[in-house]
Design a binder for this molecule. Structure first.
Ligand code: NAP
Length: 261
């Protein structure tokens, strides 16, 4: 129960990695703010699951690319709990397509969500963390480090997010707030299946990726949740401004490698 008496807000926690993070923190005693954009039903299901785990949660709809909605969400947190201990910036959305075919609205939406909305959220979170040794964790992606076809826009936004993670660690250290990030490899969620072209494409994708993954399996949302919990625990107090690669070893493999006895 590392997070008993703590309040944690996880953006995009109606599904996928965000949901697993919300459940993990709830299991360890935290009260959770489940943020979502569209899926009210799935967000409500996460709130119910948290209640079954013995903690409490509220679901708050807010499009994280909309500054006014972000501010309204933090106002709700203030009214409900009066403070915040943990902020996990997980929500992401983009159009997977070549950069030359990205419309201006896609560029704006992707950066508004990953960069602008994140910074507005941090500006709102910091006063709520006063005197509470707050933790902020950003969720990046390997598209920030390597080229994934169709991921250019999100990769650029995630690279900016990793940079902000480093700067914020310095700016918020004096406020007693620790800032770090996680860069997940391939994790089985709705969005990784959409990227791979549906269930069939995903099965082939997994067959291609597995031999390059020393962990011998595809990542699970719970793998990311476990590292998020570690980064928000006292054990991680001396880690600052880092984005940890949680990819089962995938990124260290080289296409030039050939099997040998
Ligand atoms: N899956 C992977 O292999 C992988 C790999 C590397 C990095 N990541 C990163 O991990 C994070 C989670 O990915 P995922 O695969 O779990 O995604 P996902 O299954 O597509 O879920 C996305 C979540 O974000 C929410 N969301 C989307 N746009 C939003 C907005 N504008 N405002 C608020 N919430 C919004 C969705 O809410 P609704 O349910 O309401 O739509 C949903 O809860 C993302 O940052 C992603 O880039 C994922």
């Amino acid at each position: 129960m590392r997070f008993a008496d703590k309040v944690a807000l996880v953006t995009g926690s109606s599904r996928g990695i965000g949901r697993a993070i919300a459940l993990r923190f709830a299991r360890e005693g935290a009260r959770i703010v489940v943020n979502y954009r569209r899926n009210a039903e799935q967000a409500a299901a996460v709130v119910e699951e948290i209640a079954r785990l013995g903690s409490t949660a509220i679901a708050v709809q807010a499009d994280m690319s909309d500054s006014a909605a972000v501010r309204a969400m933090f106002q709700r947190v203030k009214e409900q709990y009066g403070y915040l201990d943990i902020f996990i910036a997980n929500a992401a959305a983009t159009a997977f397509r070549p950069l030359l075919r990205q419309g201006e609205h896609n560029i704006t939406r992707t950066f508004d969500l990953t960069v602008k909305g994140f910074l507005v959220a941090v500006q709102e979170a910091v006063p709520l963390m006063a005197g509470r040794r707050g933790k902020i964790v950003t969720i990046s992606g390997i598209d920030s480090l390597r080229v994934l076809s169709g991921h250019g826009l999100l990769g650029a936004a995630k690279a900016a997010l990793e940079n902000l993670t480093m700067y914020l660690a310095h700016e918020l250290g004096p406020h007693g707030i620790a800032v770090n990030g996680i860069n997940p490899g391939l994790i089985e969620t709705d969005s990784s299946k959409i990227y791979a072209g549906g269930e069939e494409g995903y099965a082939q994708y997994v067959r291609d990726v597995l031999p390059q993954t020393p962990a011998g399996r595809i990542g699970r949302p719970e793998d990311v949740a476990a590292v998020a919990a570690f980064l928000c625990s006292d054990d991680a107090d001396f880690i600052r401004g880092q984005t940890l690669l949680v990819d089962g070893g995938l990124l260290s493999s080289s296409i030039a490698s050939r099997p040998h006895e």
